[in-house]
Design a protein around this ligand. Structure first.
Ligand code: SIN
Length: 524
């Protein structure tokens, strides 16, 4: 029996990090009815919440040209200059008007009470705003608090998007296939009841974040399974640059502990990468910059050390560089998180490994966040605006989410009155295919297989043989997963597994097709 429950809204936003949240805020202020759907139990739980590094603002001796040059250099010749220019021209004033003035995010101040500006890898000068090591956390909590004050914003937590509603695929009207591809909302799984509802929307904004969880090691939160990318792909949207997955050199690594980011700012503060005997090693890979070499060089060097010596991790030594009060003041969140797993960073070496961190590619969008599917926008990490090219400059991702969240909201309001919602009767309710609960052992094992394939064959160092092997194994796995998906009841892990295997194939095929090492795509 199809589930008939249906909600109708002006704009559906899937995901609730900085990009989706800013879009929701602007559309809510314009008086539209907004539904924000997130698979997490708390609306704050997004990649933004975990962003320790800061957000690009404006340095004292800074200029747009200087920042543009830095972003283009990091992007290794693959960034879209028009998109970079939009980011640079609009970003700092949106940081001021939305984050500082409207949301009152408490960014760090210097002793003279001016905003404190720091420098990060790849930047020509100090221009980054921080809130200690909790920049994303501060932005996200202030954003959600603001959204919760709007009666026209309905935040659905614990709702997983299953698929986008595209009349060409879903309509009862057989002739809908002759219309241009368009999006009319999404099927959403209510995790608590197990029912799938139709959410019909005049405009839909994908803001589901990245895909780090398809790799064995990642700094990304649990939900970064490529859900948005896979849904957009199935809906027929154009997807580009997905081989450019940025690996961060330092994620916490300890048996039984989750993997989480240890910010580059820790090395910026003087910490060195060492082995268990405290011997540093980065100088032999980059004699000029040593521990502060570009992110991908450091990540690959650690990987080589681990492979060469057959070790599971290396270490960050912060304690011999900073005294414990300074460590606690600069890195309060990292200090507390590591303590939970028995590592006191004011005293001990911090065990770290490289980990998948950021997807520079994604769903192709134009300067307003429009995808190639009508009425479907994508913002934040799930999208590819062209800003990051083949590699992302530190602290530009929150800024990109802010700018494109804002831009998509402006565009989505246009011609609203003349734009009718799809007829609810034309889109059928969700047809449940199986009655049996999915076996968690199968889901966990398949997910572990995807993560291992991606880490070992499509990770920091890629070869033709590894990529071919990965494609064959993932294709076989996808057939098995699709069969399983159609035979049992839906749940969130199963939806994630189906999206993860499709996303893994998208990334791997792109990596196979791009024969040239560039930016964070490295082939031997
Ligand atoms: C970090 O804090 O090391 C990450 C910052 C970023 O990815 O922009």
């Amino acid at each position: 029996m199809p589930t008939e429950e249906c909600i109708e809204t002006d704009v559906l936003i899937i995901g609730c990090g900085i990009a989706g949240g800013v879009a929701a805020l602007e559309l809510a202020e314009a008086g539209l009815e907004i539904v924000v759907a997130t698979r997490t139990k708390q609306p704050q739980e997004s990649a933004t919440l975990f962003a320790q590094g800061g957000i690009v603002y404006q340095g004292l001796e800074d200029s747009s040209e200087l920042l543009i040059d830095d972003i283009l250099r990091a992007g290794a010749g693959r960034s879209l200059p028009k998109a970079v220019e939009i980011l640079v021209r609009e970003g700092p004033s949106l940081v001021r008007s939305i984050l500082i003035e409207k949301l009152r995010v408490p960014f760090d101040k210097a002793p003279n009470d001016e905003l404190s500006l720091v420098r990060e890898g790849g930047h020509s000068l100090n221009r980054i705003l921080h809130a200690a090591d909790m920049t994303g956390r501060q932005i996200e909590t202030h954003l959600i608090e603001a959204l919760q004050t709007f009666p026209n914003v309905k935040i659905l937590t614990g709702y997983t998007a299953v698929d986008l509603l595209t009349p060409a695929h879903h309509s009862r009207d057989q002739l809908a296939i002759y219309e241009p591809l368009s999006c009319a909302g999404a099927y959403l799984l209510d995790q608590q009841s197990g029912n799938v509802i139709r959410c019909l929307a005049r405009r839909t904004i994908l803001a589901t974040g990245g895909l780090g969880q398809i790799f064995l090691r990642t700094t990304n939160p649990e939900g970064a399974r490529g859900d948005g990318l896979a849904m957009a792909y199935r809906a027929g949207a154009r997807v580009i640059n997905t081989e450019y997955v940025q690996f961060h050199p330092t994620a916490f690594h300890k048996q039984g502990a989750p993997s989480f980011l240890i910010s580059e700012a820790v090395r910026g503060a003087g910490a060195r990468l060492v082995h268990a005997d405290c011997e540093p090693f980065m100088q032999k890979y980059d004699s000029t910059w040593g521990d502060l070499a570009a992110r991908d060089i450091v990540a690959r060097s650690i990987y080589q050390e681990m492979l060469g010596l057959g070790i599971t991790n290396v270490y960050l030594d912060l304690a011999s560089k900073l005294d414990s009060d300074a460590i606690r003041a600069q890195f309060p969140w990292i200090h507390i998180e590591c303590l939970k797993y028995g590592v006191d960073i004011t005293r001990d070496l911090i065990p770290v490994v490289p980990a998948a961190h950021y997807s520079c590619g994604g769903v192709w969008v134009d300067e307003w966040g429009r995808t190639t599917v009508r009425d479907l926008y994508a913002v934040g990490e799930v999208s590819c605006t062209g800003v990051h090219g083949a590699n992302r400059l530190a602290s530009t991702s929150l800024l990109e989410g802010l700018v494109w969240g804002h831009r998509a909201a402006i565009h989505a309001q246009k011609e609203f009155a003349s734009h009718a919602r799809s007829n609810a009767d034309a889109i059928p309710g969700w047809e449940e295919t199986g009655t049996e609960e999915p076996d968690p052992a199968l889901i966990n094992q398949d997910m572990a297989t995807i993560k291992n394939i991606m880490w070992n064959y499509v990770g920091l160092i890629r070869t033709g043989h590894r990529l071919q092997r990965a494609i064959r194994e993932l294709r076989h796995l996808e057939i098995e997963i699709e069969r399983f998906y159609r035979a049992v009841k839906l749940n969130d892990p199963l939806i994630g597994l189906r999206n993860a295997v499709r996303t893994a194939l998208i990334v791997t095929i792109a990596a196979w097709e791009n024969k040239k090492s560039v930016g964070c795509h490295y082939r031997t």
